[in-house]
Write a protein that binds this ligand. Structure first.
Ligand SMILES: C[S@@+](CC[C@H](N)C(=O)[O-])C[C@H]1O[C@@H](n2cnc3c(N)ncnc32)[C@H](O)[C@@H]1O
Length: 236
């Protein structure tokens, strides 16, 4: 797939399923995504008054959790390339009266922020979807203040081989059918999902890629047997 084509087709898929995104997330992960997201905030451990960026915020779950950590004096900016996803995020933020969170359309590969302008950056299930992963990681590194932390939550590779077989069956055979049926999707996003997980670097490969960008103290934590992993790194 050509680079520009990937961005266009990914955006088409998220536009198609935006209204069903939260429901399908909960159904297909058996509700686990809430725990994964809370754990991501625990590992990022932002301080009160921090300025936090959420890259590929979608319907803003991570931004909402971050707002709870930074308090009223902090700032959270939820960014995404997809307007329908972000509009839903905005509604959730408004319903919770979270004045410290704002939303902005932005491409992860070209963030519209000055260098060293955030204390921490979060990204959940977005890095797998960008066209140029290195570019997006470089952008996160650029906008972080020295000493600032990044937390990247995404699907990864289950560590226990027999479980991997069951997981492959679930993600390649069941998940696309359930996901497409619930969201009435015709774009193939739930076929793309397991395929994109397969193509995404595994835990150690992603750790090395993040280190090569210039992050220090890079580590990861597997959740749910490695179905997902949270990578943490600190900007030099
Ligand atoms: C699977 S959703 C994740 C949403 C949210 N972070 C969560 O954890 O539920 C992936 C999001 O990444 C966004 N995305 C994909 N490529 C992007 C890019 N290049 N720049 C910004 N956002 C992007 C999509 O529009 C989509 O909203």
């Amino acid at each position: 797939m050509l680079t520009h084509d990937k961005e266009k087709s990914v955006q088409k898929m998220f536009t198609s399923i935006a209204g069903y995104y939260d429901l399908n997330n909960s159904l297909l992960s058996f509700g686990l995504h809430h725990q994964w997201k809370k754990k991501t905030l625990n590992l990022l451990a932002p301080s009160n008054e921090d300025r936090i960026l959420d890259v590929g915020a979608g319907t803003a779950d991570l931004s909402i959790l971050a707002a709870g950590r930074v308090g009223k004096k902090g700032t959270v900016i939820a960014t995404d390339l997809n307007e329908p996803m972000l509009v839903l995020g905005k509604k959730k933020i408004a319903a919770r009266k979270l004045a410290q969170v704002s939303c902005m359309l932005a491409n992860a590969e070209c963030l519209p922020f000055p260098d060293q302008s955030f204390d921490a950056v979060l990204t959940g299930f977005c890095m797998r979807n960008v066209t140029d992963l290195n570019r997006a990681l470089q952008e996160i590194h650029r906008v972080l203040k020295p000493g600032g932390k990044m937390a990247c939550l995404d699907f990864s590779t289950p560590v226990f081989p027999p479980f991997r077989k069951f997981y492959d069956f679930y993600s390649f055979s069941l998940l696309p059918k359930i996901g497409a049926w619930v969201s009435k999707d015709k774009t193939g996003i739930y076929d793309y999902l397991p395929d994109s997980i397969r193509k995404f670097p595994n835990q150690d490969a992603l750790r090395k890629q993040i280190e090569a960008i210039g992050f220090k103290d890079v580590s990861y934590q597997n959740l749910s047997g490695g179905i997902v992993a949270i990578h943490i790194g600190t900007r030099n």
